[in-house]
Design a protein around this ligand. Structure first.
Ligand code: NAG
Ligand code: NAG
Ligand code: NAG
Ligand code: NAG
Length: 557
């Protein structure tokens, strides 16, 4: 953990007065109050201070990511990024003075200091914030959260505090995309490589992806290349499973496969292999041959885990050049907590500005995105967060050869984030062709997702000693990320920058280097969902990768 104590030198006496900004939310139907939170139990609160110049960060991100810009690929340094997001000194002073006055010692938990953290007993949090912290049970997941329906912040702090988390934010805890698992015997492969083994029709293994997407099998060679896999919920990938997976499916690789493990928030660093982590590691290490890979293991299933993960990464001098994450939230959880969603999204923008390509899965429940969504009534399409953040790349799913959309592929439109310019022409083309289909069920002005897709069904994975078939955008996301890690290898070997945030490139010039998927749709919860069409669609995005075409594109930049 990065936790820099902030020394508050000035102890000012603030007049609290009777007034303050009171935020009250209506109780969420999917959360049931159980009992008052025990007054002596401890709460860990994160306080977010407004960034100095967030528009500047976004402009800088686009400037280095737009292939037409003279600054394309000139990624920002850690210090340059932090200068955009660091809070103003008067905000730091106002907030630390307020906390110090209440004998609280905040720690900075982000490298730019835009997030502070305090540990505080419930009784004190209730009096400090005029709150009534209560245990609520989430009906869908069964998890209990300690939250309050209202908080009061002193008036004079209002311009200096974006949010305090967790207070009124009812974010359903993280769940894996829950890829399904079916035990199988691995296919007997001929030791001699064939082009597209016939088994690929039923089971996907690295050779199928290499053949279908023209992915090179030779190990990457560039120094400084890297690929990060983030894992949550105590998931772990075992080296024994990976070794056996390589014996079966990468007999061409003579060196033992390996990956590093880094623990964040007490994430596990050893143990038996579990489904999601094994899939993510086998389809990064097994596809991005030779690219140094790190598994970031996070032990916190709540939104705090996501906050800590991205702050942990932002504190590093050297970032992974590609980051893949197969976990997400129902975006509807963040309605009423848009500040929190924006802060996450801006953290991914910081990674992109520094040159990391960030990938998130688009979800496995079609237009409803999450089965946790209790609004599963075919009146409003759902969305998956962080996939709806415009500053990262969302990956949907396909299946079969020739490829068609996987019907579970999450896709649609954000209700929180506006549509970024880089995708407006592609989305407008789709919406024109769609006509009045699904009218009123989705937000036409929202950020549309996914951006791209890849195979996502019947991935053979070795999990805790057993081979099984796994399905989900959890499979497509590491696959696409691995293709980009190999493209980075070629870029680095040519003395060029890593690709960083790739959406502006993909939407402007990349479509012809992707396989457009035009068959299938993503129904969900009793609704038809969106049909795929020529060009971008909210099921498979711009399409699946063709490494050779992408290579020609990215080495010509
Ligand atoms: C605080 O919340 C509890 C439920 O945990 C409720 O019974 C109680 O009435 C609330 N107190 C106030 C002052 O609102
Ligand atoms: C639609 O999305 C925009 C962001 O583009 C948001 O501001 C607006 O509130 C959304 N509308 C609804 C009805 O959710
Ligand atoms: C892994 O398999 C062993 C032996 O079958 C079993 O005891 C253990 O519980 C399994 N671990 C997990 C995480 O499922
Ligand atoms: C779409 O894919 C299905 C298989 O999923 C196939 O049966 C059908 O012929 C395809 N349609 C077109 C127009 O290619």
């Amino acid at each position: 953990m990065i936790a820099t104590p902030l020394v508050a030198l000035v102890i000012a006496t603030l007049s609290l007065g009777a007034h303050g900004r009171r935020t009250t939310i209506v109780p969420k139907p999917n959360f049931v109050p159980l009992r008052p939170a025990p007054s002596t139990s401890s709460l860990q609160l994160t306080l977010a201070l407004p960034p100095t110049n967030i528009d500047g960060l976004h402009a800088a991100l686009y400037d280095v990511s737009d292939p037409k810009s003279p600054n394309y690929g000139k990624h920002l340094s850690k210090a340059e990024v932090e200068a955009f997001v660091a809070p103003k000194p008067d905000s730091v002073k106002a907030v630390t003075d307020w906390l110090t006055q209440h004998s609280l010692r905040p720690e900075a938990v982000s490298p730019s200091g835009d997030m502070l953290r305090i540990d505080i007993p419930v009784s004190k949090a209730n009096s400090l914030l005029g709150a009534n912290f209560t245990e609520f049970k989430n009906k869908d997941s069964g998890t209990t959260l300690v939250r309050t329906l209202s908080v009061t912040i002193p008036d004079d702090l209002e311009p200096h505090l974006q949010f305090i988390y967790p207070t009124t934010q009812f974010i359903v805890p993280l769940k894996p995309e829950n890829p399904t698992f079916q035990v199988v015997n691995p296919p007997k492969l001929s030791r001699k490589r064939q082009s597209m083994p016939e088994q690929c029709a039923f089971e996907v293994f690295p050779e199928c992806l290499q053949d279908l997407y023209h992915i090179p099998t030779a190990p990457a060679t560039a120094s400084g290349n890297s690929l990060g896999v983030s894992g949550y919920l105590s998931e772990f990938a075992s080296t024994d499973d990976l070794d056996i997976f390589f014996d079966a499916f990468r007999p061409d690789v003579t060196t033992a496969p390996e990956f590093d493990v880094v623990s964040v928030d007490n994430g596990v660093t050893s143990g038996d292999g579990t489904l999601e982590a094994s899939l993510d590691i086998q389809y990064t290490v097994g596809v991005a041959t030779g690219v140094p890979t790190t598994f970031y293991s996070n032990g916190n299933p709540f939104a705090d885990g996501f906050i800590d993960m991205v702050n942990f990464l932002l504190a590093q001098d050297e970032l992974p050049l590609v980051l893949t994450t197969s976990y997400g939230f129902d975006e509807a959880s963040f309605l009423g907590a848009e500040d929190l969603a924006n802060t996450f999204c801006n953290a991914y923008a910081q990674l992109g500005a520094r040159g990391t390509s960030v990938f998130f899965c688009s979800g496995d429940n079609g237009v409803y995105s999450f089965s946790f969504n209790s609004l599963c009534d075919a009146t409003t399409f759902g969305a998956t967060f962080p996939s709806t953040c415009p500053f990262l790349t969302s990956v949907g799913g396909t299946q079969n050869i020739p490829e068609v959309a996987a019907s579970f592929s999450g896709g649609g439109f954000s209700n929180i984030f506006a549509q970024p310019d880089y995708q407006s022409a592609a989305v407008e083309g789709y919406l024109d062709a769609l006509g009045s289909t699904n009218d009123g069920l989705f937000n036409r002005t929202g950020r549309a997702f996914p951006d791209v897709s890849a195979q996502s069904v019947n991935f053979i994975t070795r999990i805790n000693g057993t081979f099984g078939l796994v399905l989900g955008t959890s499979a497509s996301t590491p696959t696409f990320a691995s293709v980009v890690a190999l493209l980075n290898d070629a870029r680095l070997n040519a003395g060029k920058s890593p690709l960083g945030f790739i959406n502006p490139l993909l939407y402007s010039q990349g479509a012809c280097a992707l396989n457009d998927i035009t068959n299938g749709s993503n129904p969900g919860c009793g609704a038809q969902g969106f049909p795929t069409m020529e060009g971008w669609d909210p099921v498979t995005g711009l399409g699946t990768p063709d490494y050779e075409k992408l290579l020609a594109l990215v080495t010509g930049l």
